[in-house]
Design a protein around this ligand. Structure first.
Ligand code: PLP
Length: 447
C-alpha cells in the first residue's frame, strides 16, 4: 500500500495548478502498475494519476500534484467534487439507512427525487419517473417503456450516437472502437438514421431532418417504430450540435406518428449546456428523458422521466432493480439538484461556455475545424487543413500534453479528432483561463 497524503476534498482545496512531480509521479506510477496487475485490461484510463482528493476545479493526486479538472469525471461533478451539501446529505443518509430496496420498503428520498425530476424536466404535463443505477440502464428502461406503451419494437438511433455499453445500448451506440468491437451480436430492431452535423453535411436543420425522416419511413416504417432516441447535443460522438430546427422537426414527426421521442440527456442534463436540460435550447419537449451523470454530485443514479400515460403503461413490477434509487444516491441527488438552482449554475455554465469560445476565437490555427458546443459543454474539432479530413493525432497529442502539464482534458468524436471541455460548473474564471492557456500551448507545440 502506498500511503496517500491525507487531504480533505471539496471547494476548500487550494484552487491552483501545481506540479510537485512529473506526471505521473512515483505514487501514481505505483498505482498504475498495481492497476495493470489487478484490474482487467479492458478498463482504460485517461490521466495516469492516483487521485486522492478533488473539489472546485482541481484534482489532487497522491504525489501532491494539483491538476485543473476540465472533465468533471465525464460531466458528472457539475456541482463540483465533494460539494459540502452533497457530503452532508450522504453522511446523514448513510447513518440513517443504506438500503432497503425501494421495491421492498419504499422511502421518501426516492419519491422526492422523482418529484424534483418531474418538476425540473421540460414540459408541464403530468409526469412520472423511475430510478436506476447507470445511464445505460436508464436508456434500456426508456426503450422497454416505449415498446410496452406503443406495442411496437423498432428503435431509431442516430449516427455518432452514444447511449451506453450494455447489450441494447451498444446496439444504439454508433462507434465500434472501443465500445462495440468484438462484443456482438447486438440487440435487434435497432436502426440508424443520419443526424444533423453542420460542419460536415452543410444541411439546414429542416433539410437534415427531412433526410432522416425519409430514411426512417422507407427503411423502418412509422407503424413499426416504438421510439426515436437522440442526444440533443451528441456527446461521445463529438459534441455535435444539430442545426436549428432539426430536433423540433424530428420531435414533431414522432408526435404525428405515435412514436415516443426520447431525449438522452445523460451528458447534457443538469445545467451543463446553459439550460437545465439541453432540449430547452430547441424548444423541444420530449416524451421521455433519460438522465444520469450530473444528477447526484458523483453518486451513481439514473432516471427515466416522462409523460404519465407512457410511463404508467408498464404493469406493476415490470420496472425496477435491487439498487435503483439507492437512498444515499437519492440524498446526494436532492442536494445536488438544490445546488444547481441555488448557486445559479445554469447561468454559470453559459458564462463558462463564453469564456471557452472567446479563448479559442483568438487562436488562429488552420487545424481547428470548428469550436462548438453549448454552455460548459464545448469542443474543438481538429481537421487536416489541406483536406478537411479528421485529425485525431492532434487531438490526442493536445490531450496528452495538457495532462502532462496538469490539466485534465478529454477527447471524443467518432474519429477521435475532438477535444472536449466539461469543467465543473464551480470552477473559477482564473483557473479555467489557466487551464485553457495550457491546452492552447499544447496545441502550438503539437506540430
Ligand atoms: C455516459 C452516457 C450514457 C451511459 O451512461 P453510463 O452511466 O456510463 O451507463 C448514455 N448516454 C449518454 C448520452 C451518455 O453520455
Amino acid at each position: 500500500m502506498t500511503a496517500a497524503p491525507l487531504v480533505a476534498g471539496g471547494p476548500g482545496l487550494a484552487q491552483r495548478r501545481h506540479l510537485a512531480t512529473a506526471i505521473p509521479g512515483p505514487a501514481s506510477q505505483d498505482l498504475i502498475a498495481r492497476k495493470g496487475a489487478a484490474v482487467a485490461a479492458g478498463v482504460g484510463h485517461t490521466a495516469p494519476v492516483s487521485a486522492v482528493a478533488a473539489g472546485g476545479g482541481v484534482v489532487i493526486d497522491a504525489d501532491g500534484n494539483s491538476l485543473i479538472d476540465l472533465g468533471s469525471g465525464i460531466a458528472v461533478t457539475g456541482v463540483g467534487n465533494s460539494h459540502p451539501a452533497v457530503v452532508e446529505a450522504v453522511a446523514a443518509q448513510a447513518a440513517q439507512f443504506t438500503h432497503t430496496c425501494f421495491m421492498v420498503s419504499p422511502y421518501e428520498g426516492y419519491v422526492a427525487v422523482c418529484e424534483e425530476l418531474n418538476r425540473l424536466t421540460p414540459g408541464d404535463h403530468e409526469k412520472r419517473s423511475a430510478l436506476f443505477n447507470s445511464g445505460a440502464e436508464a436508456v434500456e428502461n426508456a426503450i422497454k417503456i416505449a415498446r410496452h406503451a406503443t406495442g411496437r419494437q423498432a428503435v431509431v438511433a442516430f449516427d455518432h450516437a452514444y447511449h451506453g455499453r450494455t447489450n441494447l445500448t451498444m446496439a444504439l451506440t454508433a462507434k465500434a472502437m472501443p465500445y462495440k468491437s468484438g462484443f456482438g451480436p447486438f440487440a435487434p430492431e435497432v436502426y440508424r438514421a443520419p443526424v444533423s452535423y453542420p460542419l460536415h453535411d452543410g444541411l439546414s436543420g429542416p433539410d437534415a431532418a427531412a433526410r432522416a425522416i425519409s430514411m426512417i419511413e422507407k427503411q423502418v416504417g412509422a407503424s413499426q417504430l416504438a421510439a426515436v432516441i437522440i442526444e440533443p447535443v451528441l456527446g461521445e460522438g463529438g459534441f455535435i450540435v444539430p442545426a436549428p430546427g432539426f430536433l423540433p422537426a424530428i420531435a414533431d414527426w414522432c408526435r404525428a406518428n405515435g412514436v415516443v421521442f426520447i431525449a438522452d440527456e445523460i451528458q447534457t442534463g443538469f445545467a451543463r449546456t446553459g439550460a437545465m436540460f439541453a432540449c430547452e435550447h430547441d424548444g423541444v419537449v420530449p416524451d421521455l428523458i433519460t438522465t444520469a451523470k450530473g444528477i447526484a454530485g458523483g453518486l451513481p443514479l439514473a432516471a427515466v422521466t416522462g409523460r404519465a400515460e407512457i410511463m404508467d403503461a408498464v404493469h406493476t413490477g415490470g420496472l425496477g432493480g435491487t439498487y435503483g434509487g439507492n437512498p444515499i444516491a437519492c440524498a446526494a441527488a436532492l442536494a445536488a439538484m438544490r445546488v444547481y438552482e441555488e448557486e445559479g449554475l445554469v447561468e454559470r455554465a453559459s458564462a463558462i461556455g463564453r469564456l471557452i469560445a472567446e479563448r479559442f476565437a483568438s487562436v488562429d490555427d488552420p487545424r481547428i475545424g470548428e469550436v462548438r458546443g453549448r454552455g460548459a459543454m464545448m469542443a474543438v474539432e481538429f481537421v487536416d487543413p489541406a483536406t478537411g479530413a479528421p485529425d485525431p493525432a492532434t487531438a490526442s497529442a493536445v490531450a496528452k500534453a495538457s495532462i502532462a502539464q496538469g490539466v485534465i482534458v478529454l477527447t471524443c468524436g467518432t474519429y477521435g479528432n475532438v477535444i472536449r471541455f466539461l469543467p465543473p460548473l464551480t470552477i473559477g474564471d482564473e483557473l479555467l483561463a489557466e487551464g485553457l492557456d495550457v491546452v492552447v500551448a499544447a496545441l502550438e507545440d503539437a506540430r
